[in-house]
Design a protein around this ligand. Structure first.
Ligand code: GLO
Ligand code: MG
Length: 343
């Protein structure tokens, strides 16, 4: 039995369309997804603002809240909680060159409107976490905005969110590139810098996604550990990634099992179950059939739980002796044998 609670976003079950080709699976409605998520053992759902309230741009603030209250009822029906709400700024025509860091004042205002509405939706759904995946907050053309100005814009935007609601926590999901060329806030280290510069650093933390750390050339377990050291890991997006290429969102652990083991190990050692959900951000392969549209979620959970068992079996006494004697060849082989089922 896992000690952790798991969460997943509706976009994890998608139609298979990519930049090079159309859909390969039928769309699935929100309620069907909720039912399957609950059945698979998830405890919470992650939301984009417009996953919860589609067409929100054309609704009043009160209409948005009322719609969110209905979604809360649907969550309750399946015994699910909401984990977070993330303003989906990257899809909107207003924010094609970023939101909080757009050089256009009207676009920045629109981004703040969506951020405030995301907070309203989160409160109606019964959660206190806002995730900022800063998709287009950077540059396509390096000279198009000042990195100093852009960084300060982000701090200002977060301060406004913290002021708008005194209970909300803001969580940045860093990514070094894609869809932009150069991100302003690319790693957990950047997130910690931004957090420290806000008016309430305790309420500003990070969401480490394994694939994003790999894209930055960094180790996901160490990135998780860095945020944990400051008590600023608010959630995670576990998945996997084959090296530094396009963002793949593979099932957790399928590409680099040792790295996945170390991510689970650092979460277990720091009792992350007391702090947050273990969130997945995984995509099915394009060739996957409708029928198999949830296999990548099942596989990610199964691999996480199997690695949790491996951590429970990990002989810390033996490992510590090896560490003391600096017998790292032995320590490494012990870990590999454990993963290969040889001890
Ligand atoms: C893409 C991101 C994306 C976010 C999600 C929540 O690279 O990982 O999936 O996690 O939109 O904001
Ligand atoms: Mg993610």
């Amino acid at each position: 039995m896992s000690q952790f609670k798991f969460s997943v976003g509706p976009w994890n079950v998608h139609t298979g369309a990519d930049s090079y080709g159309p859909e390969t699976r039928q769309p699935v409605d929100l309620e069907t997804k909720f039912a399957r998520f609950a059945e698979l053992g998830f405890s919470a759902v992650q939301f984009h603002d417009d996953d919860a309230v589609p067409n929100m741009n054309n609704m009043t603030e009160e209409e948005i809240k009322a719609y969110a209250r209905e979604v809360k009822k649907l969550l309750d029906k399946y015994g699910l909680k909401a984990e977070f709400v993330a303003p989906r700024l990257w899809m909107d025509e207003h924010t094609k060159d970023g939101g909080f860091m757009s050089t256009n004042a009207q676009d920045r205002e629109f981004a703040m409107w969506r951020a405030y509405r995301s907070i309203d939706i989160a409160k109606e759904l019964g959660c206190d976490l806002i995730v900022l995946w800063l998709a287009r907050e950077g540059t396509l053309c390096a000279e198009s905005k000042s990195p100093v100005w852009a960084t300060r814009q982000l701090v200002d935007a977060i301060n406004k969110m913290l002021t708008y609601d005194e209970t909300i926590r803001v969580c940045i999901e860093p990514k070094p590139n894609e869809p932009i060329d150069r991100s302003i806030c690319g790693t957990i280290g950047h997130v910690m810098g931004i957090s420290a510069a806000t008016i309430d650093p305790k309420r500003v933390g990070g969401n480490l996604e394994s694939a994003h750390a790999v894209l930055a050339g960094l180790d996901p377990a160490n990135e998780i550990g860095f945020a944990l050291a400051f008590d600023k890991l608010f959630t995670v997006h576990l998945n996997d990634q084959n090296g530094i290429r396009y963002d793949q969102d593979k099932s957790f652990g399928v590409e680099n099992l040792r790295s996945a083991f170390n991510q689970v190990k650092v979460l277990v050692e720091n009792k992350f179950w007391e702090k947050g959900y273990v969130g997945l951000d995984v995509k099915a392969m394009r060739t996957t059939s409708d029928e198999d549209g949830y296999e990548h979620l099942k596989n990610s959970l199964a691999i996480f739980r199997a690695l949790e068992d491996k951590v429970a079996k990990y002989d810390y006494e033996y490992a510590n002796k090896l560490i003391e004697a600096r017998k790292f060849e032995h320590l490494e082989m012990y870990t590999m044998n454990l993963l290969m089922g040889l001890v």
